[in-house]
Design a protein. Structure first.
Length: 577
């Protein structure tokens, strides 16, 4: 019998490779051309979200081969598998968007089931679109195996008339077209050039925000999230990630050794200072939930409130992910945060070193263009802020990156819509007034079901030149590409009887992102009376299937919209079975 380089006596894969009773199991591996030497090595799951749904996923298959090479070079046996992705850009603005957030849970669940069923010892996870990044990281933390995350990379910007353009410009162009300010041909020209390569949306939207989180939280190798998808250098990061997971396995450094309260706080800092997506306020608590760590929307927003915003990225700023990478990427951003004492340096990372040790190796400094010096930030508080008040007792979240202080206060009468479609049709037909607060309810995690993003509606408003003349609130979500005064995650959601369910046209709503207030000019007694007469949750057409199951299980947005009890109630760790 071959003597392995790794002792597998305590690893999960011993259940499928060791001893006479596992001869049938080994025969399956021989059937796939695996050698005896490879069978006695640790098994590493190489999980990708590869599919042909969208450019963000299309390069993952090739990148997985580089990861497998790294695992093999470090005496591991890689086993590649895929899971689903629902890509928001294509799901946006119609019923398909209900599948988006639910897909995050499906990704985490299917990765967990594959790892458990085949007894893999460690994981390298590759993901490229909004929900696949947190879904993959949630599975890593849930399983608590040695884990390395790698982002598939961003798309290159398109070029039109000498300017960079992104898919955000196309969404907003729809509004310009509806307003009669853009011709059919001009819209067709833009849509053909806006997305010129493989990769995820290039601005600091949800995918790139969560890619930055993967580094800041310590699950990804330093600077691995930055290189655009078409760059050959992504293969080098893939090989290095495969080698790194074997080092973690050797040292028994597991996902929850990396993902701690401190590392979650580091991640929230990076979201704030880069003007990242409000969706991080949903995904960070969900990742924390997998580890049994208390870190909810309030905690995220506390960090956002006292973190300077100093990285000038779209949609609030000028630059895209490629520009950030060329300026030194997340390590340079974190080095700036460290100067102000805003980073926990003792957090362990995917390299096996601490965050402080990794930052000591970074020689580059802020370029003053993409990454400002932290002493001279764009604004003194984060690009995303939390709100609370009698309209959102469980909180809400708004992205203010790129907005002046004057634009961060809004009071106006409510114009209430029961779903996104109704609001979008009204916006298209200009059936709203300047100064109003557009309310879109019944779009929360349970009530939607699925907590859809409202990018089609917000982009149409921006395209009509009304993005700063109205405000919008919802118990649903917003795309990271959303601009304007748009408040999401209003909780409790309408389906759970939150105050947003009780609003009527004309109610005066105040939103103040400077003081953190979101309120309606109604007394407690008036709200209680309306609650008494409330007809209950809106009935949806989803009475069966995956979305019905999701609606039954999903918790509040404040806690990450999770669908199971989480790490606090678990009775075993997979790795130790």
């Amino acid at each position: 019998m071959l003597k392995p380089k790794f002792d597998k006596s305590n690893l999960p894969s011993r259940h499928v490779t060791e001893g006479p009773a596992r001869a049938p199991h080994r025969s399956y591996y021989y059937a796939m051309g695996i050698s005896e030497e490879e069978i006695v090595q640790p098994f590493v799951g190489v999980a990708t979200c590869w599919n042909e749904a969208a450019p963000c996923n299309i390069a993952l298959n090739r990148q997985a081969q580089a990861v497998k090479l790294g695992v093999k070079q470090a005496s591991g046996t890689p086993r590649e598998f895929t899971t689903i992705t629902v890509t928001d850009g294509i799901a946006m603005g119609h019923e398909g968007m209900r599948s988006s957030l639910a897909s995050r849970e499906a990704i985490a669940d299917t990765v967990e089931l594959t790892m458990r069923g085949h007894c893999y010892d460690a994981i390298v996870g590759l993901a490229g679109c909004d929900k696949s990044l947190p879904g993959m990281m949630m599975a890593m933390v849930r399983l608590n195996v040695p884990s390395v995350f790698i982002y598939g990379g961003s798309i290159l910007p398109g070029r039109l008339e000498g300017k960079d353009v992104t898919v955000q410009d196309v969404f907003e162009a729809v509004g310009q077209h509806q307003a009669g300010n853009m011709s059919d041909e001009a819209l067709r020209t833009l849509e053909r050039v806006a997305c010129p390569s493989a990769g995820a949306c290039g601005g600091q939207f949800t995918a790139n925000t969560m890619a930055c989180v993967s580094e800041a939280i310590g699950l990804a190798l330093p600077n691995s999230s930055g290189a655009p998808a078409p760059y050959e250098s992504r293969d080098q990061y893939g090989v290095a990630s495969g080698e790194a997971v074997m080092t973690l396995l050797e040292k028994n450094i597991r996902a929850r050794d990396v993902v701690t309260l401190k590392s979650l706080q580091n991640a929230a800092r990076v979201v704030a200072c880069t003007g990242g997506s409000t969706n991080a306020g949903l995904h960070l608590p969900a990742i924390a939930h997998e580890a049994g760590i208390d870190f909810d929307l309030d905690d995220v927003c506390d960090i956002f409130r006292d973190t300077p915003y100093f990285v000038d990225l779209k949609p609030g700023g000028q630059y895209v992910a490629k520009d950030l990478y060329e300026a030194g990427g997340v390590p340079v951003v974190m080095k700036e945060l460290r100067k102000a004492g805003l980073i926990h340096e003792d957090c362990i990372t995917a390299t096996g070193k601490t965050m402080g040790e990794e930052l000591d190796l970074i020689e580059r400094d802020a370029d003053g263009k993409v990454i400002y010096a932290i002493e001279t930030p764009i604004t003194k508080t984060g690009g995303v802020v939390g709100l609370k008040g009698n309209l959102a007792p469980d909180g809400a979240i708004v992205k203010v990156a790129g907005m002046s202080e004057e634009e961060q206060v809004f009071t106006g009468p409510a114009r209430v819509f029961e779903c996104e479609e109704d609001a979008f049709e009204a916006v298209k037909a200009r059936q709203y007034e300047e100064g109003e607060v557009i309310v879109i309810r019944n779009e929360g995690p349970a009530g939607g079901p699925g907590m859809r993003e409202m990018l089609a509606t917000t982009a149409a408003l921006s395209g009509q030149g009304m993005g700063k003349k109205v405000a919008l609130i919802t118990d649903g979500r917003f795309s990271g590409a959303t601009r304007g005064f748009c408040v999401g995650h209003v909780g409790p959601e309408a389906a759970h009887g939150g105050p947003i369910a009780l609003l009527e046209n004309g109610d005066e709503i105040t939103i103040n992102a400077i003081t953190g207030e979101i309120s309606v000019a109604l007394t407690e007694d008036e709200l209680a009376a309306r609650k008494e007469n409330w007809g209950g949750p809106r009935e949806t057409i989803y009475a069966t299937g995956a979305l019905w199951k999701y609606a039954q299980l999903v918790g509040s947005a404040k806690l990450g919209a999770a669908t199971h009890p989480g790490g606090k109630l678990e009775k075993h760790i997979y790795m130790d079975l």
